[in-house]
Design a protein around this ligand. Structure first.
Ligand code: CIR
Length: 252
């Protein structure tokens, strides 16, 4: 597995947030990001790291900028106009690994809305991702053998993967009472974690190991009971910037 990452800069203190509760601390954000990339490397992932982007507050949340599957990289047209400047460096990095295709207006999409489970791309229709964005993914990835399944995202959530993530090619982890489990048509099974631990439903799985936000014991138990090895990671400053684990990398 490859993972493209971009460490946070001091600018993360000015990240876009839904409800400003506390200012994301750049020093702590760097510590958390380093632990994340260390964990990926330890699991055998080939990590490709871009330099910090000191003028782009949300640049470490690279997942939103591209969807990579089957030798093709779709560069997203970010659902938040202030984030569109992040895409150029991502496209430049991905040309070494994939055929790069740019999503045209009026489509918008954030990669955080794309949950890949096997050959199915479950794509959230959200404040950031519109129907044109979903249609563009279907146009590009359909001929490559992928199915695109749109899923409405609850208004309270930024992205689909704010409440769920893929654990392997057939399993999804989902926070109860958010998205109906039967919307995950590409999954054979859906593991449920309690709503109060919804933040921890966003995980990054590598083989049988799963990176999970630290401090969510019921989610850890659900994963362990299903046979996964839990790797807890502190998400404090990055969470204050509305970030979660999947959004810190583009994986393929
Ligand atoms: C934003 O609002 O766009 C960023 N502050 C957070 C993006 C998080 N992305 C993700 O979960 N995929």
């Amino acid at each position: 597995m490859h993972a493209l990452v971009r460490p946070p800069s001091d600018a993360i203190a000015r990240a876009i947030v839904r409800e400003p509760v506390r200012t994301p601390d750049p020093t702590q954000a760097r510590v958390e990001h380093r632990a994340y990339t260390d964990a990926l490397r330890k699991l055998g992932v080939h990590v490709v790291a871009l330099p910090e982007a000191p003028d782009l507050p949300d640049a470490c949340f690279v997942e939103d900028q591209a969807v990579v599957r089957g030798e093709v990289a779709v560069i997203a047209r970010s659902g938040h106009p202030a984030r569109r400047a992040e895409a150029a460096a991502i496209a430049d990095a991905l040309v070494a690994y994939a055929r790069v295709v740019h999503m045209p207006a009026p489509a918008t999409l954030d990669g955080g809305d794309v949950l890949v489970c096997g050959r199915t791309l479950h794509v959230g229709l959200s404040k950031r991702t519109n129907a044109h964005g979903v249609a563009f993914l279907a146009e590009v990835f359909g001929p490559l053998g992928f199915t695109v399944a749109p899923i409405p995202v609850p208004g309270s959530e930024l992205h689909l993967q704010g409440v769920c993530s893929a654990l392997d090619d057939e399993t999804v982890l989902l926070a109860e009472g958010t998205v109906p489990a039967d919307r995950f048509t590409g999954a054979q099974r859906v593991l449920i974690t309690p709503r109060r631990e919804a933040y921890a439903a966003n995980t990054v799985a590598v083989g049988g190991a799963v990176l999970v936000a630290e401090g969510y014991p019921e989610t850890a138990r659900v994963l362990e009971d299903a046979g996964f090895a839990v790797v807890p990671l502190r998400m404090d400053a990055l969470a204050a910037a509305d970030g979660s684990l999947t959004c810190l990398s583009i994986r393929w």
